[in-house]
Every structure is written in C-alpha cells, then in structure tokens.
Write a protein that binds this ligand. Structure first.
Ligand code: MN
Ligand code: MN
Length: 341
C-alpha cells in the first residue's frame, strides 16, 4: 500500500528571525493529494507577512495565541486572536496575515487544500511591490514614488515585529467604515461541547454546519483515553488528512486486495487515508491521545462497522460471520466513535 505515514518531525525547518515553519507536501508524501500541511511557529511579535494564495487555508492552533487579519471579497475585515485549540479558515484568494501574540507567540498547523501547494510559494505583498515600477505604485496609491524608497527588495515571509497591542485597538484601526463579515473566520474547536462522549473518549466536529465560513474543510478532533480505540470506520465522501497532537497511536488501514498496513503515530506525525478505506486507531500509550481528522468537504461524514452490523438483519450478519445473533445484538449502538462505550 502507498505509505500513509509522514511527519513534521523529520521535515526541513526553515528558520528566520520571528519564527519558523516546516511543511509536508506531495513532494515528500505522494498519497496526500487533498492537503499540504505546514507546522509554523511565530514568536511573540513574529509576523507571517501579508499574503494570499490560490488554496484555502485551514488552521489549528496547538500552543499560544495567534492574531489573524483577513479581508473578505466584499471588503469586510476581521482581526481576531485565536488561542490553543482554535481554528481559522481563509477561503482561496482572501488576503491575510498572522502574528504571534505575547507572552509566548503561537504554534499552529496549516492545511492547504491542494497537496501540491507550498507555504514557500505564496503571493507576498513585499514581492509584488518590489516587482512593480515605483511610478505605478505612485499612481496606484496616490502618493509620491519616494514613499516606496525603502521597501524590502527581497520578501520577508516571516520576520520579527513588535508585540501587538490590545485586540480591540487593532480591530478598530482595521475596521474604518467597512462592514463586518457576517460569519467569523475563526472558531473555538476545543471550547465546543463534544458531539460524542463515551468512556473511551470524545469527538468534536467543526464543519460548515457550525463553523459556517469553513465551506470546504471539515475536522473531527478525537480524544482517546488510554486503552481506548477510535472504532472501525470509513468516510464515504473524502480522503482523511490526520495530524497527531499528543499521545501515541497505532493505526491500521484496510484496502482492497485485501491489503492492510499498520503504523505508529506520535505528536507531529501525519496520517492519510484514501476515501472509503477502512481504518481504526488505538491509543497505545498511558496518556490521552488527541488527533485531528481533516477532510476536504463541507460536511463531515462517516460509516462505522458497529452501526452497519446493528442495522442489517441479524440473520444476514450471523450467517456471514458464522456467529450467533445474540452476540450481534450486544454490539455497541448509536455510533459511539470512541470505544469503550
Ligand atoms: Mn496563508
Ligand atoms: Mn477516520
């Protein structure tokens, strides 16, 4: 089977004053057609420079707080602080910036919805200005060409800036007389009530039904307690891109053939499962396992074996598995997601 394990931990880290980033794209992880992943750290005041790109950008903050700015296609700005466990979603083409907030900046995971895209090939404000004649800049902005005498000639990408002040002041300064976006581009995933809660753990789902601006990316954040298991299941509508936040896991993926492959996952690792291939994830450690299932789709969908086998005539299931119907009737019901119930 194609390799379905990759890791930020052995990816090249590009370090600059103000922060660093490392990425896993299809160049290193061929199976990952739907997403390219980036792990970025911005120090307090560190700025990921103003830019935009052709892919959507979905993000999960793993540590600290990040101040985001974005302008939508109707000229409506948003400035927001996103803390640990929070998400943002930037649709393709909408310009944005990121900055680490005090006291300790931010670390986060970005998922671009094109496996071939690269964090190092975005459309950067500094690049465009540096490659536009000063006379054109003067005409465009209505100021003398000398205004742009000292602009950077090489792009900044990540650079050290001043630690940002109060959020409300930045929001007011950016707002002017523009309207506000009708829906927020940020969402508190860790703060939401779990969709599923069992003895084995819990699941929180953010897709376009509750995180309304996230129109093309859905996520399930799964917590599995020691000894627990994310039940045998698959997703009928999309490939799954995984990021392991903490703990340790073992995943097996089942394919046609029959083929199957098993790998261990630790924090910083990435998994990838093609649409509709069966899989399950065991917590093999002594602490909680937390991982993200990320999908290029407006709506999270799954099919589980427990649900299928408890909603098929028991005689059919018993004959197929050569077992008795009483055992089948005792299977977990209601799609628990994380076992034990
Ligand atoms: Mn971006
Ligand atoms: Mn899954």
């Amino acid at each position: 089977m194609p390799l379905f394990w990759a890791s930020f931990n052995n990816a090249h880290t590009r370090i600059q004053s103000g922060g660093w980033a490392r990425q896993v794209t299809q160049a290193d992880f061929a199976i990952s057609t739907d997403f390219a992943g980036v792990n970025m750290r911005l120090d307090a005041g560190g700025i990921r420079e103003m830019h935009w790109h052709q892919q959507s950008e979905w993000a999960f903050v793993s540590n600290g707080t990040c101040r985001i700015t974005i302008l939508d296609q109707l000229g409506r700005p948003q400035v927001a602080d996103v803390g640990a466990g929070g998400l943002w979603f930037f649709p393709p083409g909408l310009p944005h910036s990121l900055q680490g907030v005090g006291p300790d900046g931010a670390e986060f995971i970005l998922a671009f919805d094109n496996g071939a895209s690269s964090e190092f090939n975005t459309l950067l404000l500094t690049n465009w200005l540096a490659h536009t004649p000063p006379e054109v800049l003067a005409k465009n902005f209505g100021v003398p060409a000398e205004t742009f005498r000292n602009i950077p000639l090489d792009n900044l990408w990540i650079f050290q800036g001043e630690v940002p002040g109060p959020l409300a002041a930045d929001q007011a300064a950016a707002q002017g007389n523009a309207a506000r976006p009708p829906q927020s581009f940020v969402f508190d995933l860790a703060g939401m009530t779990p969709n599923k809660q069992t003895k084995g753990g819990n699941v929180r789902i953010a897709d376009s039904t509750n995180f309304h601006t996230s129109t093309t990316t859905a996520v399930a954040m799964v917590t599995v307690h020691p000894g627990g298991m994310r039940e045998m299941h698959w997703h009928p509508n999309a490939d799954e891109w995984q990021y392991y936040v903490k703990g340790q896991a073992r995943m097996t993926v089942f394919n046609t053939g029959p083929q199957a492959m098993t790998a261990d996952f630790r924090p910083g690792d990435i998994g990838y499962i093609k649409k509709s291939l069966g899989h399950y994830i065991e917590n093999t450690g002594t602490d909680d396992l937390v991982f993200l299932e990320v999908f290029k789709t407006p709506h999270y969908e799954e099919v589980t074996l427990t649900d299928w086998l408890t909603h098929t005539p028991p005689a059919m299931v018993a004959q197929t598995l050569n077992t008795d119907q009483a055992a089948i009737r005792s299977f977990p019901r209601g799609i628990p997601d994380v076992l034990p119930v």
